[in-house]
Write a protein that binds this ligand. Structure first.
Ligand code: DOR
Ligand code: ZN
Length: 435
């Protein structure tokens, strides 16, 4: 009797709702195989598996869904630039199935009530899974933002964000929030020169030392854990060479663009784009595996705000093109595909204890399907983000043809077909973070 029941439950388990086949990223390489899915998860990986629904993608590549741990979706307060609907959809176009939204909204996400409201809004509107950052200032206590999935400290002011007050209180503040991922915007406020920024070069010079000095200060806090956002200066990589305790990200624009990429206000961003030489060093560090996390810092502003360099807000969109640009570079043999998967999917998901970012039994069935022969040009008018433009307009990329979020089809043949199935990561986290 007991045995019978066991066999029955095994039978049920072995009858997947769906099997997807193709060239799957498994064991750090691409192998022909099948992924069986049931109840939102990958239940088996093998050859010739069969389920209720069987989809064979042939030569196409199947990668895990990607996690973008740094986006600004502007809701509440600036929904004319982006909102949870448009931002999450734009992410799905680029293979991002999970994102973490920054707190510099209007009002900022700096209290339990405001974070709760934000989680509720995103819960209703997001098409993909989401986490919410809480803003930490000198006066924030852990109970104020206990419902946030991570916290953010702005050392220097950027778009719609207040700088941290007295740096003498920084260490104590970091200590209070050690049970969360603490992301820090590392631009030292005393080194951001308040001179006119009329050109890309002037903007660059005004903030050149700010990042190095901020990182120098932060690495002194040897007993504390934190994450540094958008590292863009090569000298900082040396300061951060000690592995483990401090995590950091770089962005697609600091990886692929530089001061020569364009001169207009579209390219104004904090931290600024760097010289060609500096960018080359960041790119090589990424290739060498020294950069563990890629995050878009998706910061949509409208084109009409991005006309006059001096008055334009800083920031550029990036969530929908980040992975597609890198997949093309991987196809061309310039970057190992493994680097794209590890930095864009595996490492950020692990940092937040999500069973995502790997094609592995027991993990959520967030899957992206890519046809590397289908190379498309990025065009402003085809951008899914509400802001309607991309700093990579005119560049070529490979977008995912199909995207699955926990087994649900969200993108089919490059078209959005998804429902509002996005879920708060609070209900998805398991185990201890490891990276
Ligand atoms: O350029 C930036 N834009 N840097 C930031 O830190 C914030 C962001 C934004 O929210 O627009
Ligand atoms: Zn940001």
């Amino acid at each position: 009797m007991k045995l019978n029941r066991m066999v029955k439950s095994r039978e049920r388990f072995s009858n997947p709702e769906m099997v997807i086949s193709g060239r799957i990223f498994y064991g750090n390489k691409l192998v022909s195989g099948s992924i069986a899915i049931a109840n939102e998860r990958i239940i088996r990986i093998g050859k010739n598996l069969k389920g209720d629904l069987n989809l064979d993608f042939g030569d196409r590549i199947i990668l895990p869904g990607f996690t973008d741990m740094h986006v600004h979706f502007r809701e509440p307060g600036m929904e004319h630039k982006e909102n949870f609907e448009t931002g999450s959809r734009a992410g799905l176009r680029g293979g991002i199935t999970t994102y973490f939204d920054m707190p510099n909204t209007k009002p900022p996400a700096d209290s339990f009530r405001r974070i709760k409201e934000k989680i509720e809004i995103a819960g209703k509107r997001s098409y993909s899974d989401f986490g919410i950052y809480g803003l930490v200032s000198e006066t924030t206590e852990p109970e104020n933002i206990s419902n946030a999935d991570a916290c953010k400290i702005f050392m220097g002011a950027s778009t719609a964000s207040e700088e941290f007050g007295d740096y003498r209180n920084l260490r104590e503040t970091l200590r209070k929030f050690q049970d969360k991922v603490i992301a820090v915007h590392p631009e030292h406020k005393d080194f951001i020169r308040k001179t006119a920024s009329r050109t890309l070069m002037e903007h660059y010079l005004a903030r050149k030392d700010a990042e190095i000095e901020a990182v120098k200060l932060m690495v002194n806090y040897k007993d504390l854990k934190f994450h540094l956002c958008h590292i863009s200066v090569p000298e900082c990589l040396d300061l951060l060479a000690e592995p483990g305790r401090i995590t950091f990200e770089t962005t697609p624009h600091h990886l692929l663009l530089n001061l020569k990429s364009g001169s207009g206000a579209r390219y104004k961003v904090n931290p600024p784009l760097r010289t060609e030489e500096e960018q080359g060093k960041i790119y090589r560090a990424f290739l060498d595996g020294k950069v563990k996390i890629l995050a878009s810092d998706h910061a949509p502003h409208l084109l009409e705000e991005k006309e006059n360099f001096e008055t334009a807000p800083s920031g550029m969109p990036g969530i929908e093109t980040m992975i597609p640009l890198l997949i093309l570079l991987a196809k061309r043999g310039e970057i190992p595909i493994e680097r794209v998967v590890k930095t864009g999917a595996t490492a950020p998901a692990a940092l937040f204890s999500l069973k995502k970012g790997e094609i592995k039994e027991g993990y959520y069935a967030d899957l992206t399907v890519w046809d590397p022969t289908d190379i498309r040009e990025i065009k402003d008018k085809e951008v899914w983000s509400k802001c309607g433009w991309s700093p990579f307009s005119g560049w070529s990329a490979v977008f995912p043809s199909h995207v699955y979020l926990r087994g649900s089809l969200m993108v089919e043949d490059y078209e959005f077909v998804g429902g509002r199935v996005g879920r708060h990561v609070g209900g998805l986290q398991e185990g201890k973070a490891k990276i």
